[in-house]
Ligand binder design. Structure first.
Ligand SMILES: Cc1cc2nc3c(=O)[nH]c(=O)nc-3n(C[C@H](O)[C@H](O)[C@H](O)COP(=O)(O)OP(=O)(O)OC[C@H]3O[C@@H](n4cnc5c(N)ncnc54)[C@H](O)[C@@H]3O)c2cc1C
Length: 372
């Protein structure tokens, strides 16, 4: 039996928020667009704490449609000190599975052809080969395949630093409207979080990749503390985790044979190295990647360079600031143990985080959706 080989204008690898939005945008421009994801269905399994800032509804109404509950403040617990409140801090907890699924539905309605349960296993020039043996030849290939992007690796564009996470979903014994953050010298390179979702909550911890063996005991310890405080139940309803790119933005385009490669979302290293937030950047860069594909295929040979420039303008300042804080905290860990003041200094809820000057401070506008 001969395996099927198709041609298309735009091939999208990965149908998380970045890929789904990119596919919608390319299809909307009238391009023959095909998307693939290794997952058997959109958005599942969920690897996310499901918080998005309010401003994301300006980009996609899916954030509104799939809203589960509103958030109006951030409460930060630093070691065993009294908590600090940041008010207002507005956002929503979404149903991430339904959010991703809605974005894929939108892409299909725009005319994109989407396939699930098929993983990219080979990229040979402009030809992509999938786990079921099918292959696709494309003019533009959008790599929206997450932190360990296969597309990126194939052209030497690699996220070389990641944070590792572990998260459980548990019962919340009384409702809260805050995202609760736990800062501790024990959470090297990361932090703990309790994000409410009505009667349940996502409780997780992120740490530097080399410390990932500590995730399970650290999360068990935080869970026990919250049980003892009477805030959450002991039953674990769901366990997940995953990598978060923390190295900052990488070059988001390259050539692969005749095809132009464009990276978006986590694949392009757009997730904030301090907060770990990446959904807004995935949605925004996905839209821009789809627009870039259309512009390239319309004859604008500078479209990919323009894309890189625009990403820098939108995300560069906040990513550089976060990266500088991240490096500073890791350096403190190398010499000893960060004290509570140093932990606060490196977290987005505190004025010190925003006012500190670093050598790599970029000039220009910040489009940090978390600042909203
Ligand atoms: C535990 C955890 C909690 C988080 N919480 C938040 C949060 O509360 N708020 C927030 O803003 N961000 C959060 N993030 C980050 C956020 O989830 C990501 O930044 C976001 O999902 C990036 O979207 P994306 O589309 O770029 O990549 P992804 O959502 O990772 O999508 C990539 C897709 O590519 C597919 N794929 C990968 N390889 C292949 C292949 N070879 N072939 C085909 N398909 C492939 C995957 O199956 C996946 O569906 C969290 C991350 C983790 C790990």
């Amino acid at each position: 039996m001969t395996m099927q080989c198709q041609n298309c204008d735009v091939l999208v690898i990965g149908l998380g928020p970045a890929g789904a939005v990119a596919a919608a945008e390319a299809a909307k421009a009238g391009l023959k667009t095909i998307g693939f994801d290794g997952k058997s269905r959109a958005g599942y399994p969920v690897q996310c704490a499901e918080f998005v800032p309010s401003l994301l509804t300006n980009e996609t109404l899916a954030a509104y449609h799939q809203s589960q509950q509103l958030i109006d403040k951030m409460v930060t617990f630093v070691e065993d000190e009294l908590p600090d409140e940041k008010i207002p801090f507005s956002g929503r907890i979404i149903d991430r599975e339904k959010f991703d699924a809605e974005l894929c539905e939108i892409a299909k309605n725009c005319g994109a052809e989407l396939h699930f349960g098929k993983k990219l296993i080979k990229l040979d020039g402009n030809k992509a080969v999938f786990s079921d043996g099918t292959s696709v030849i494309a003019k533009v290939i959008i790599g929206a395949d997450g932190p360990h992007s296969f597309v990126g690796k194939s052209v030497g564009l690699i996220n070389n630093e990641t944070l590792e996470t572990r998260q459980i979903t548990i019962q919340l014994l009384s409702p809260i409207k805050s995202t609760d953050i736990y800062l501790s010298a024990k959470y090297i390179g990361g932090y703990g979080w309790l994000f409410p979702k009505n009667e349940t909550a996502n409780l997780g911890i992120g740490v530097a990749h080399e410390k990932r063996h500590l995730l399970k005991p650290l999360l068990e310890e935080l869970h026990s503390r919250l049980i003892a405080e009477g805030r959450v139940g002991s039953e674990i309803l769901y366990t997940t985790g995953g990598a978060i790119p923390v190295g900052g933005m990488i070059k988001p385009y390259a050539k692969s044979g005749d095809a132009t490669i464009i990276l978006a979302g986590d694949a392009a290293g757009l997730t904030n190295p301090i907060s770990g937030a990446g959904i807004p950047a995935a949605v925004v860069s996905g839209r821009m990647a789809g627009e870039t594909a259309a512009s390239l295929l319309n004859g604008n040979i500078e479209a990919a360079e323009d894309y890189e420039q625009e990403l820098h303008e939108l995300f560069g300042t906040s990513l550089k600031r976060a990266r500088a804080h991240f490096e500073k905290l890791l350096a403190i860990h190398k010499d000893g143990v960060p004290n509570p003041a140093q932990l606060r200094n490196g977290w987005i809820a505190y004025d010190e985080y925003w006012s500190e000057k670093f050598n790599n401070d970029a000039k220009g506008e910040t489009y940090d959706l978390l600042e909203a």
